[in-house]
Design a protein around this ligand. Structure first.
Ligand code: CS2
Length: 487
């Protein structure tokens, strides 16, 4: 038996499920990047809205790169199970907010058609940092990226989010259809502004007048999104199938904690996501910075250290005093220059994070978080570093975090068959393998301007901190085996 509309009433009584009439739900949101995170976060918030009786906000979930999610969920009418695990408790919820699935290159014209439809009021995004085609350090559009070049050459058949959004808005403008709101839900600083800058830079290449129209009339609210959601494993699938008594091809396992802080700026209306626990605020930048620097900054640091010490999951890494000691020092450096949102004590936030990272029920792989470091380091770690430098403060813990990434890059470069999952892997591996002398490694890797800009490589104080950090890490017995750097 498979999870689908028809079998909903066969689910065990303990499993939450849609009680509203799914056939009456009107799709008004097109979501690009329908991965695990979206399904554990925005889709569940939207589910709460539908459950309240407001059926105007169904989601069309589109995968841009692959049809994997569509292949799994379309046969089950878009339904999937969310397993929520926290502090020994577990709840299973079947979510019905995604009413249509599209995926892969073959469906891109349909994705575009949905985005052009007057009924689409919001286009939301979880496409990860690299999906915006911006240089991590400068924030400039990567005009030379092959996918961007292709979208500029054939604007009628776009395959990047920028090509899709600009083409859909062009159609709407030409046909007198109000523009949808573009809602970024990615871990980028001021993600709405970042999305807007990327869309405008692309639009200017297409049509200057269209770009001005977008600039003046399309809203790009910022939002801070948070819920730790590891990639689904086969063991998770087997467990859920067992619990449901029926097959779910792609369930999601997540934590109990969930947070969504959104700027209330939607030109075609929006669901009342507060029903799912979201908060509307004008202080998104403060929320986003706190989350990026405290949670994601620590996550990345822990991921590289975990990879160096053979710790496969976040929870396992949190059992190693070497790692927790570094994280504590890192958080102290972050908090010293952080502007937290009004009424929030960032020390409480950090205490809560420690508990979340120790959740033994989540198998959050350090290898997953270690991916795409080039896209993550600037906003997660380097932003704090620069603020501390400007204030004349030393940053040994931040230097240790960067040193952990460097050790990880060099280790990967020297491990036969190892793959560095990163859009800048070619640059990083090339620089990481020139020499294994510690000072040369610092010069070569810090010299990648796309990640580090041009300021850090000339900062002698920081380079000295990095050298010290590289050596200290390599001297740790747990790291020594992984270190390929000559000291
Ligand atoms: C993680 C995030 O993979 C990563 O880089 O740091 O996905 C993190 O789990 C989420 O941002 C939590 O909200």
């Amino acid at each position: 038996m498979q999870l689908c509309n028809q079998n909903l009433n066969q689910l065990p009584a303990t499993v939450q499920r849609p009680r509203y009439d799914r056939s009456q739900v009107v799709p008004a949101i097109v979501h690009l990047g329908v991965g695990a995170f979206h399904r554990a976060h925005q889709a569940v918030m939207t589910e709460a809205v539908l459950a309240s009786g407001d059926l105007a906000w169904g989601i069309v979930g589109a995968g841009l790169m692959t049809s994997g999610t569509k292949d799994a969920l379309a046969p089950q009418d878009g339904l999937y199970t969310l397993v929520i695990r926290s502090e020994g408790a577990e709840q299973l919820q079947v979510v019905g907010a995604i009413t249509e699935l599209l995926g892969g290159a073959a469906d891109l014209s349909q994705v575009l058609a949905r985005m052009c439809a007057p009924s689409t009021r919001i286009v939301s995004l979880t496409v990860t940092e690299k999906g915006y085609y911006l240089d991590p350090a400068s924030g400039k559009l990567q005009l030379q990226a092959p996918a961007i070049q292709a979208d500029l050459a054939t604007p009628g058949a776009p395959r990047t989010i920028l090509g899709l959004i600009v083409q859909a808005l062009k159609h709407r403008k030409a046909n007198g259809i109000a523009p949808f709101t573009v809602l970024s839900c990615d871990n980028l600083p001021s993600n709405g502004k970042t999305a807007k800058a990327a869309v405008l830079a692309f639009a200017r290449e297409v049509d200057a007048e269209l770009a001005s129209w977008i600039e003046a009339g399309v809203s790009f609210p910022c939002s801070m999104v948070d819920r730790i959601t590891p990639a689904t494993t086969d063991a998770d699938r087997a467990y859920v199938n067992d619990q449901l008594g029926m097959r779910d091809a792609w369930p999601i396992v997540t934590e109990g904690f969930v947070q969504w802080v959104i700027e209330d700026n939607f030109t075609m209306g929006r669901p009342d996501w507060t029903l799912g626990g979201a908060v509307f605020s004008n202080e998104i930048e403060a929320w986003e910075n706190m989350k990026l620097r405290c949670l994601n900054g620590a996550h990345s640091t822990l991921a590289y250290l975990g990879q160096l010490t053979g710790r496969e999951t976040v929870n396992e890494a949190m059992q190693l005093p070497l790692i927790t000691g570094i994280l504590d020092a890192l958080w102290a450096e972050v908090l010293q220059v952080l502007h937290a949102p009004a009424g929030v004590d960032p020390r409480d936030y950090v205490e809560q994070l420690k508990k979340r990272f120790c959740n033994p029920a989540l198998k959050h792989r350090t290898a997953q978080i270690a991916m795409d470091g080039s896209q993550k380091l600037p906003q997660r770690l380097l932003a704090t570093l620069r603020e501390r430098m400007a204030a004349g403060l030393p940053s040994p813990a931040l230097a240790t975090a960067i040193a952990a990434w460097m050790h990880f890059a060099v280790k990967t470069a020297h491990t036969p068959g190892a793959v560095l999952n990163d859009p800048l892997s070619a640059d990083i591996l090339a620089q990481a393998s020139v020499s294994n002398d510690s000072t040369a490694i610092i010069d070569n890797l810090l010299g990648i301007d796309k990640i580090f800009g041009s300021d850090l490589k000339t900062h002698d104080g920081f380079k000295a901190e990095l050298l010290d950090a590289l050596r200290r890490l390599a001297a740790q017995p747990q790291v020594a085996a992984a270190s390929q750097i000559a000291l």
